[in-house]
Write a protein that binds this ligand. Structure first.
Ligand code: NAP
Length: 244
């Protein structure tokens, strides 16, 4: 398969790219600022020449359509919407421009990429990377969570509308990797507030995506990789007792 993964030069996207590259698939590694990391990643894959690096700031006008234009001769079989920006903005500070920025990269662009995939590629699979915050209100992650919830709805609507040619599924992880500069132990402390108390790994995400791709009866499915955190309100999660 040819798999386009947005924002896949580093972190979770890179782990997904490596997982599928090692299984023999051709990866279109999309990046924005992390071109050097993308080059090093692809050079470390088996058969580096079958993969491709695509650089684009997806917030620029028509960037999703331009990206797909570059792939006209080799349309991807799979689109994985991974690129994102996480922001914690208190609701009272969520100005229209802050909300617009969060909605752009976390909803409008992935949705536009879904539309491009539908119109240009006609068949295949779309996987959206959501977040465990899609189920319950999380005031501290306001605009980011609003956008991921909108992308969840787009996942479900497209799963109905674009079947049977295109299956549309998603994964919704909890705390996997902290933002740059924040220690991993902080994620581990947060995950102690979940029922199962196990931090999901980038490899767990890649394996869940592989399962969704390999199982033809699945569409409109969202796999939560969250140790049960998605079942608790953020306040309840903070009160959960750490494992003895
Ligand atoms: N990290 C977690 O614990 C966690 C938890 C729940 C859900 N998730 C979800 O899992 C996915 C991956 O998470 P992550 O933490 O690995 O993501 P991340 O590092 O925050 O972002 C991934 C990539 O998105 C790209 N990106 C950002 N703005 C862009 C733009 N304007 N144009 C093009 N690309 C842009 C960046 O590419 P460049 O570096 O090339 O600029 C970045 O490397 C995301 O969808 C996230 O919401 C993550």
């Amino acid at each position: 398969m040819k798999i386009l993964i947005t924002g896949s030069a580093k972190r979770i996207g890179a782990a997904i790219a490596r997982y599928f590259a090692e299984k023999g698939h051709a990866i279109f590694v999309h990046c924005n600022t992390s071109v050097k990391e993308a080059e090093a990643l692809v050079a470390s894959f088996p058969n580096p020449s079958i993969h491709k690096i695509l650089q684009a700031d997806l917030t620029l006008p028509d960037a999703p359509a331009k990206l797909f234009k570059k792939l006209k001769k080799t349309p991807p079989d799979v689109l994985i919407n991974n690129a994102s920006v996480y922001s914690r903005i208190p609701l009272a500070d969520a100005t229209p421009s802050a909300v617009q920025d969060a909605m752009a990269i976390n909803f409008m662009i992935p949705f536009e990429l879904m539309r491009c995939f539908h119109n240009d590629c006609k068949k295949g699979n779309i996987i959206n990377i959501l977040d465990h915050r899609i189920d319950l209100p999380d005031p501290k992650s306001g605009p980011y969570a609003f956008a991921k919830k909108a992308l969840r709805d787009a996942t479900l609507a497209a799963a109905i509308d674009w079947a049977p040619d295109i299956r549309v599924n998603a994964v919704a992880p909890a705390f996997v990797l902290p933002p740059d500069g924040v220690p991993l132990e902080k994620m581990d402390r947060l995950i102690q507030g979940s029922p199962a108390k196990v931090r999901p790994t980038p490899l767990d995400i890649a394996r869940a995506i592989d399962y969704l791709l390999q199982t033809p009866c699945l569409t409109g499915e969202i796999i939560h990789l969250a140790s049960g955190l998605h079942l608790l309100s953020p306040e309840a999660a903070a009160q959960e007792k750490p494992k003895a």
